[in-house]
Ligand binder design. Structure first.
Ligand SMILES: [Zn+2]
Length: 359
């Protein structure tokens, strides 16, 4: 059964009120794990909304085993920020801040050490009351929105934040401790992230539990689970921004369902992960343009380019027309590139995986 609630998030100067839809699908097995999935925190990154629509269809046919909370259009203010045809969805237009850097890392201070399941419930309860207390503070809209969303994630074993990036191949961010689990999303390009909180939603889950796990380990807690069984936060980058594809969303949703199957939240046997590439976050390189002009991005996103291979060529007009090549300084996999062909010197041209591990 699917229940819909609308969560109020902002009143506008005109008197209009913004809210977000929260769909809660009750699982048939009370012992199964739980998932939280949101999309469009960045307003121009809309493919995740189509994926949530596809998941709603899937769960209408076959209810999940565990509870699943689905939150599309998570940042209605950002979605409504248009300039000409474009959606300015990634940054708060009034502060310039990235909407996905406002999450908070709650610290846990649990003195008793009961069995893991009980301890986990106590930690979640503590996180929820800490977030509620913080929501009483004097906060910017971005911080308040992030905390309201974060409160919805408490109690979920798996938190999946659906994004898109510039013009890009599908890739995902996974905590290092959950690389093996992340492969079940069937997305072949993976960024492995360390326990280093930078304000993103996925990190607010993974880093909190990762740090807590290390504390327990240091204290010799006897019921310590393997790290891969901790709650996990993921960011999935589902192609380029400003576009959706219903067909692609069915494939994206199938990957999410495969992950949920692997975790027992959806019944049935998960398909084995396909082969792919893993890159540590520190080896994810931004290439800034050495040439100003109009760029033809020649490299195929998601495919390996050898050292010295052509990544892009930039059209310039001097005495005559010329094309300035940008060559790979080391072997790499281009993952995303600038959304426009019009590029100044020193702009972010593209991002590439380097020092990849094949899995
Ligand atoms: Zn994003």
């Amino acid at each position: 059964m699917c229940a819909l609630k609308r969560l109020p998030v902002r009143s506008l100067a005109s008197g209009a009120k913004l809210d977000i839809p929260v769909y809660t699908i009750k699982g048939c097995n009370p012992h199964a794990k739980r998932a939280y999935i949101q999309s469009s925190m960045h307003g121009s990154e809309v493919q995740g909304n189509a994926v949530i629509a596809a998941l709603l269809e899937v769960f209408e046919q076959t209810p999940p085993e565990g509870d699943v909370v689905l939150v599309p259009n998570a940042n209605p203010f950002a979605i409504n920020q248009k300039s000409a045809e474009y959606t300015l969805g990634r940054f708060d237009p009034t502060t310039g801040e990235n909407w996905n850097r406002n999450y908070w890392l709650p610290t846990t201070r649990v003195t008793q050490r009961p069995a893991w399941k009980t301890l986990q419930r106590k930690v979640w309860a503590q996180m929820a009351s800490a977030i509620r207390a913080r929501l009483e503070d004097n906060l910017s809209f971005g911080e308040r929105l992030a905390l309201k969303l974060q409160l919805l994630t408490v109690g979920a074993d798996y938190v999946i934040d659906l994004h898109c990036a510039n013009i890009s191949a599908r890739h995902l961010y996974a905590p290092q401790y959950a690389e093996a689990c992340a492969r079940y999303f069937q997305i072949p390009l993976m960024l492995s992230i360390p326990n280093d909180f930078g304000g993103a939603m996925d990190e607010s889950v993974s880093c909190a539990w990762w740090t807590f796990w290390h504390e327990l380990q240091a204290q010799g807690y006897p019921d310590l689970p393997p790290r891969r069984e901790l709650p996990q936060g993921y960011t999935l980058e589902l192609g380029g921004h400003e576009v959706i594809s219903r067909d692609a969303a069915k494939r994206d949703a199938a990957g999410v369902v495969n992950f949920l199957r692997h975790k027992g939240i959806v019944a049935g046997r998960a398909q084995k992960p396909k082969s792919g590439f893993v890159c540590s976050l520190q080896d994810y390189k931004t290439i800034y343009s050495r040439h100003a002009g109009h760029v033809d991005f020649t490299a195929t996103l998601g495919s390996c380019v050898a050292k010295g291979g052509l990544l892009a060529q930039t059209l310039q007009f001097g005495r005559t027309a010329s094309w300035q090549p940008t060559l790979a300084e080391e072997s790499c996999i281009p993952v995303l590139h600038h959304s426009s062909a019009v590029i100044h010197e020193g702009s972010e041209l593209m991002k590439v995986f380097t020092k990849v591990r094949k899995v």
